[in-house]
Design a protein around this ligand. Structure first.
Ligand SMILES: Cc1cc2nc3c(=O)[nH]c(=O)nc-3n(C[C@H](O)[C@H](O)[C@H](O)COP(=O)(O)OP(=O)(O)OC[C@H]3O[C@@H](n4cnc5c(N)ncnc54)[C@H](O)[C@@H]3O)c2cc1C
Length: 395
């Protein structure tokens, strides 16, 4: 049976027409990078659980690192541009996207939001060029969701701070040049942010092995044992957990887009597969139950893409009106729905859905990590719940 020609491509609701020419050009550029540079090599890296460091100069050349930060050699992109960049990167591969999200979003935004002028001048330009890589250390072995109660401490001794504690899951930490460590400042009794440079005595990081999601992304366990840093490495505007939360609020929209990218990839792969795979003498795309699944995937994908776009547009136009709950709702909804989309996609590929070579399995596995990090589904739900009822259900 001849394979039908699709009347429209993936862009069912003409999403592209919502983008400015610059945002569209960036999306195309990142898509081409993923198609040409990432997809041909990524499965091997996934299997070996190694990061493709050889791609760093090409990632730097995309002009997305530094995201919305203005000045300091950063691109000063719109939130929509950062979002579609993240969407296209994760449509290619989730580990590459998270690698960029950690250094460009979490680490650089911490410095941009909370750092001194001197710290910004020192770190942001080389980080934007990817000559230096950053990491963001908040989660601990015994403290995950309850992040405001981290136990790592920072004690001031003269003109130095001495850090003690442990961190877990920290992306890029085993090779990063600078790690933003969030710790309880013993002087103020509040959470503060501290820049720990690679090679500082008392700092060690070991890669967590055995992951079944985002395998090329290197996450690490960190230990800080009497790790001394100069007082000038304290982020002066990180004065309490509120400031940590402000950084997370500013980066959470990117995770929503990341989920959209995984859903997009799953839909594209599943639709193509359903048109090519024949059973009972015809392409499986011709069966009603298969079409139902493809339509459900497209429906969820379209909904979350528009939601992520709207949040980003608000961040561009009226940032003061965007609340923590609005950012959390987008992350929670996009991740939950994309998780369902990749599961349907995996199903549609039958046994091939669990093979790396068909590319869907990676997205299926990676969505599990997206669902959990930057606030689990439950925690983001409770943040929204607090905002719409005025009652915090998680303290
Ligand atoms: C691939 C990956 C990369 C990561 N990268 C980083 C990083 O770079 N930097 C960093 O700091 N962290 C990072 N993390 C950590 C991540 O943010 C945490 O895993 C996440 O916050 C959840 O913490 P936890 O794993 O300790 O789970 P827990 O907090 O132990 O939660 C376990 C379960 O209990 C639920 N739960 C907890 N409290 C409540 C409640 N009050 N009500 C209802 N349910 C609740 C959770 O929703 C979850 O389902 C990463 C994690 C992963 C998997």
């Amino acid at each position: 049976m001849a394979i039908p020609v699709l009347a429209r491509d993936l862009d069912f609701y003409q999403f592209d027409s919502l983008l400015t020419p610059e945002e569209r050009a960036l999306r195309e550029q990142v898509r081409a990078f993923c198609d040409e540079e990432v997809l041909p090599i990524i499965n091997g890296y996934w299997e070996r659980a190694e990061f493709p460091f050889e791609l760093l100069p090409k990632i730097a050349a995309l002009g997305v690192v530094g995201g919305t930060i203005k000045g300091y050699g950063c691109p000063g992109l719109s939130h929509v541009a950062v979002g579609v960049g993240a969407m296209e990167l994760s449509r290619g591969d989730g580990s590459i996207e998270t690698f960029v999200g950690v250094t460009s979003g979490l680490a650089m935004q911490s410095i941009a939001f909370c750092g001194s002028e001197e710290q910004k001048q020192r770190w942001l330009p080389p980080m934007a060029r990817m000559e230096l890589i950053g990491a963001f250390g908040l989660t601990e072995p015994d403290v995950g969701s309850d992040a405001s109660h981290i136990r790592t401490t920072a004690r001031r001794v003269g003109d130095r701070y001495v850090l003690n504690g442990a961190k877990r899951w920290i992306g890029n930490a085993s090779f990063a040049d600078v790690i933003v460590i969030w710790a309880q400042d013993e002087e103020t009794g509040k959470v503060g942010g501290f820049l720990v440079e690679r090679g500082t005595p008392g700092f060690s990081a070991s890669v967590i092995r055995g992951k079944v999601a985002k395998r090329p992304l290197l996450n690490a366990d960190i230990t800080l044992t009497n790790c001394e840093i100069p007082e000038t490495n304290r982020l002066p505007l990180a004065r309490s957990f509120r400031d940590t939360a402000a950084v997370l609020k500013a980066t959470r929209f990117g995770v929503a887009w990341e989920a959209v990218g995984h859903a997009m990839a799953a839909f594209e792969i599943a639709r193509d597969y359903a048109l090519r795979r024949e059973q009972f003498g015809r392409p499986i795309a011709g069966f009603q139950l298969v079409q139902q699944k493809l339509v459900a995937m497209l429906g969820e994908l379209t909904a979350i893409q528009l939601m992520a776009w709207r949040l980003s547009k608000l961040l561009d136009e009226r940032p003061e009106e965007v609340t923590e709950g609005m950012a959390s709702l987008a992350k929670q909804q996009c991740a939950a729905r994309a998780r369902q989309v990749v599961a349907w996609g995996r199903e549609l590929l039958g046994g091939n859905g669990i093979l790396l070579e068909h590319h869907l399995a990676r997205h299926f596995a990676d969505m599990e990590a997206v669902y959990t990090y930057e606030g689990t589904n439950e925690i983001n739900t409770l943040v929204v719940g607090r905002e719409i009822t005025g009652i915090a259900a998680f303290v």
